[in-house]
Design a protein around this ligand. Structure first.
Ligand SMILES: NCc1[nH]cc(CCC(=O)O)c1CC(=O)O
Length: 293
């Protein structure tokens, strides 16, 4: 029996159920264990109640205490700092990593009027929206996907920006009015990917998770997360990153794009590197972004 720890939110349970079903299809018995985290209980802005990791520490505690065997995280919520005794046993194939707009009246970003109110508190999204010079205004919001989209439906906001992957897992892609091109809006490092954590010495669980692993996704998110780690940015800092495996002249290579929000705008750079060394690529691009600061 594999005990899978999950937060209670609809998105968390949807993600956990997807992983549980994949493990069951491989012949394992899986039980879902519901766990409440600080991030679920406290409605204050994420930046105020600890930022990085508020959604994951309770799950990691349960893992280390032996109350659960695996924890499914949105990789973008998982701190880049490794934790002793815990490892990411598998990173499955990533969903579409892009951000989307859910706007009133089917509007796209370019169709929103000057002064339109967009709900997003994420510094990364605010910085990149500002850089487009559309004259729209951003306001911080919290709450689950239902709450966020509800603010548009109720007419309190003109639009919200959300991760496409979350809406896809909740079966709500039909409400998307525009999928934002990464040229304008680079997603958060790891967005759209799941990380399945387990105890580092749990060989049975590591073996059970191995078939769920997607090496291309692992390479991409490792480069993105290294970029963020080198920039010493927590999850609320304005860093966008997206790596993709592309066909280079001598075979597959990793293409990493990064965006860093600053007082005078957003800096964007990209670099290519070998698929088997995503860490160096992430460091290199981070240092280039810092050099031009
Ligand atoms: N910050 C909350 C969060 N964490 C992961 C996702 C979406 C799913 C994913 O990126 O895998 C979301 C919601 C959002 O940003 O719209």
């Amino acid at each position: 029996m594999i005990r899978l720890g999950t937060r209670r939110s609809k998105l968390a349970t949807a993600q956990s159920t997807i992983v549980a079903d994949q493990l069951r299809a491989l012949g394992h018995e899986v039980e879902l264990v519901l766990i409440t985290t600080t991030g679920d209980v406290n409605r204050a802005p994420v930046e105020q109640i600890g930022g990085t990791g508020i959604f994951v520490s309770a799950l990691r505690d349960a893992l280390l205490a032996g109350e659960i065997d695996i924890a499914v995280h949105s990789l973008k919520d998982l701190p880049t700092m490794p934790l002793d005794g815990v490892t990411i046993g598998a990173i499955p194939v990533r969903e579409d990593p892009r951000d989307v707009l859910v706007a009133r009246d089917g509007l796209t970003l370019g169709e929103l009027p000057h002064g339109a109110l967009i709900g997003t508190g994420a510094a990364r999204r605010v910085a990149q929206l500002d850089a487009l010079g559309l004259g729209v205004e951003c306001t911080g919001i919290r709450g689950n996907v239902d709450t966020r989209i509800g603010l548009v439906t109720d007419g309190k906001l003109d639009a919200v920006v959300l991760a496409r992957a979350g809406l896809s897992r909740l079966g709500r892609l039909d409400e998307v009015t525009e999928t934002l091109d990464p040229i304008q809006m680079l997603p958060a490092p790891g967005q759209g990917a799941l990380g399945i954590e387990c105890r580092a010495d749990d060989t049975d669980v590591l073996a059970a998770l191995a078939p769920l692993e997607d090496p291309a996704t692992r390479a991409a998110v490792t480069a993105e997360r290294q970029l963020m780690a080198t920039l010493e940015a927590g999850c609320t800092a304005p860093v966008g990153a997206l790596a993709e495996v592309v066909e280079g002249e001598d075979g597959p290579e990793l293409w990493l794009r990064g965006a860093l929000g600053q007082d005078d705008g957003v800096r964007r750079l990209s670099a290519n590197g070998p698929v088997d060394d995503p860490v160096s690529l992430g460091k290199t691009l981070a240092n280039e972004l810092l050099e031009r600061t």
